[in-house]
Design a protein around this ligand. Sequence first.
Ligand SMILES: Nc1nc2c(c(=O)[nH]1)N[C@H]1C(S)=C(S)[C@@H](COP(=O)(O)OP(=O)(O)OC[C@H]3O[C@@H](n4cnc5c(=O)[nH]c(N)nc54)[C@H](O)[C@@H]3O)O[C@H]1N2
Ligand SMILES: Nc1nc2c(c(=O)[nH]1)N[C@H]1C(S)=C(S)[C@@H](COP(=O)(O)OP(=O)(O)OC[C@H]3O[C@@H](n4cnc5c(=O)[nH]c(N)nc54)[C@H](O)[C@@H]3O)O[C@H]1N2
Ligand code: SF4
Ligand SMILES: [Mo]
Length: 706
Amino acid sequence: MTTTTPTHCPYCSLQCGMRLAPAAGPVPVEVRERADFPVNRGALCGKGQNAAALLAPGTRLTTPLVRAGKAGGRGELRAASWTEALDRVAAGFAGVRERYGADAVGVFGGGGLTNEKAYQLGKFARIALKTATIDYNGRFCMSSAAAAGRIAFGVDRGLPFPLEDVPRTDCLILVGANPAETMPPALRYFRELRENGGTLIVVDPRRTRTAELADLHLQPVPGTDLALALGLLHLLIAERMVDVDFVAERTTGFEDARAAAMAHWPERVERITGVPVARLREAAQHFGRARTGMVLTARGPEQQSKGTDTVGAWINLCLASGKAGRRYSGYGCLTGQGNGQGGREHGQKADQLPGYRSIEDPAARAHVAAVWGVDPDELPRSGRSAYELLDSLGAEGPDGVRALLLMGSNPVVSAPRAGRIAERLRALDLLVVSDLVLSETAQLADVVLPSTQWAEETGTMTNLEGRVLLRRRAVAAPEGVRSDLWVLRELAERLGAKGAGGEGGFDDDPEAVFAELRRASAGGQADYAGISYERIAAEDGVFWPCPAEDHPGTPRLFLDAFATPDGRARFAPVSHRPAAEEPDAEYPMYLTTGRVLAQYQSGAQTRRVAELNSAAPGPFVELHPRLASRLGVADGEQLAVVSRRGRVVAPARISDAIRPDTVFMPFHWSGPGRANTLTNPALDPTSKMPEFKVCAVRIERVGESK
Ligand SMILES: Nc1nc2c(c(=O)[nH]1)N[C@H]1C(S)=C(S)[C@@H](COP(=O)(O)OP(=O)(O)OC[C@H]3O[C@@H](n4cnc5c(=O)[nH]c(N)nc54)[C@H](O)[C@@H]3O)O[C@H]1N2
Ligand SMILES: Nc1nc2c(c(=O)[nH]1)N[C@H]1C(S)=C(S)[C@@H](COP(=O)(O)OP(=O)(O)OC[C@H]3O[C@@H](n4cnc5c(=O)[nH]c(N)nc54)[C@H](O)[C@@H]3O)O[C@H]1N2
Ligand code: SF4
Ligand SMILES: [Mo]
């Protein structure tokens, strides 16, 4: 019998359990089913099934690369030794720091990094580089839901209940989420909900495969979810479906929220959203009359320049109808990246210290500084958010960032207004990219550091339920590849950071880093103090907060009280406002963007896997047959899509599943079909989330067929 290693998928936040068995040949392991892990019970999507392909030496980086000359410019990337590469990085960072100050060296992390890496990256920025300039790609992901959750409930954990509760609720509204493509093994929970007699309502401008499962599909204009939620609350109030006792006992702020909702009567909401009044009434009746109910949002309503208020409006709906803080009821956000949850808790965010602490809070600074063995006054303050950081790269003057360490993101493809971001990356004095593959962003780097991958390293990941999981090393990495933790230790030593390499310094053993993370998080909101690798292994994961080894962990939050100072949830007094850019005569269509099943994010990984690439080989523009016939466009014909930021070309995919006033593009590709050439970097004022889900475009025929 071969011994298999139980671990989790390297991709999305469902963190499906899988087993790895040793294999002969260039791909050193084989993915097997792990039926005993509760979240996916053995089911995997194609990305998980084919995850091992990237371990083969031919598809990934196996040696550091350095460039002669400046970023994006003269020299070619060539193979180098680790010593040469790391010496160059350390000298470059030290030089920029000397010339421009510590904040001119930036760090950009990712929600795919393990908790240990995310923690160490935040610590590296604050005490080795001493820079305030750090943020990460999670800002582009669930930051609006995180902000709204903190405002309403006092804490941000994507789902306040395990997925196993979903089939037990009576009515579920899924807003701008397409798990049929983005988390297929989770569909089981929504199917079971219907089998149990519950009602599923889906809100999406497209009739997705997820919407096809629903009892009711509301198909709003992109960017109008805020009005839709207000309209539903209006109907709840008008038809006396408010849970008055719950509102009185467990919430504050209802009066202002009520006043805002009263200004959104059904006919007005129909005019804004395009959703007929009859449909609104039907949805309000289902949700309002149900004994228990949930609202789950994903990127649709969140990736808007009013994402925080929009999520707040959906939370209001839950609170007003008493569907929060009770078993089988509540609001949740479906977090996206593998460690999208843990990655936002341990300090790679601009304003944050480990344990979901605020970097501006004196008590938090003192606690974390003590764990790190530094003076609290030495810790930098808050830095700038992801888009603001990327936008300031290479700029002259006091705010310009001149050098960047990028670990776990590919912004050349995934950042809004990506053309501008690629240009800013080229303007840096020094761009350092740690990655598994030569991504589009790594191709611009001065130094590329090849990192070990999921099956080659151990670490913890926190899934969308707040369940801390153990990723286990199953196979040795190829010669020439090193872990991110090792890189951070080596760089910290070269930069002369206090304690580097030694006890309590920059360890590269994941379990030792986790032990330190536990202490740093102790007493914070995301308290991991009681979680150990042994416990995770024995218990199918441990839910935070878990303050002590004898604490059972917390699968369900808010049953007794919300995490606000007075224990009450807070209504958000929000009103509708239009998207930052609405269609006009010149740019008459809405563009929205998102995902397809076989590709992951910027595609850096999945475009290199043959099975996935043949399933989804390139970008496309989804458009309604009525729009297609008005433009005289045939299926498969090359179309140009033009926005105020740029122009892309991709084939037409004609489908009556989309609204006739909207086109959709997936964002997984670079080159002429890169959706983010078009997107609008208008930011939500609270979360700094860019408006990936709405901008105005014009469609032009290119004139040649595929
Ligand atoms: N296959 C695959 N799976 C993934 C990923 C991937 O790249 N590929 N990425 C992972 C990550 S990081 C994330 S964040 C999740 C994202 O998971 P989802 O949020 O499910 O994915 P998206 O396709 O971005 O958006 C969901 C839906 O929002 C709809 N939408 C667009 N505009 C609006 C709007 O204005 N309002 C509403 N209500 N809906 C709108 C789109 O039509 C789309 O169907 O997926 C994770 N899983
Ligand atoms: N238009 C549009 N744009 C979007 C979105 C959208 O819906 N529409 N969604 C946004 C969202 S939700 C997200 S999450 C972002 C994601 O976009 P990105 O941040 O670009 O995410 P990935 O493509 O996953 O990039 C991760 C990179 O890190 C590498 N990597 C993976 N694991 C590790 C590791 O452990 N160490 C190191 N060093 N490298 C690693 C991968 O090979 C890859 O190159 O895109 C955003 N962009
Ligand atoms: S759903 Fe997500 S975690 Fe599960 S196999 Fe697919 S990509 Fe991996
Ligand atoms: Mo994401």
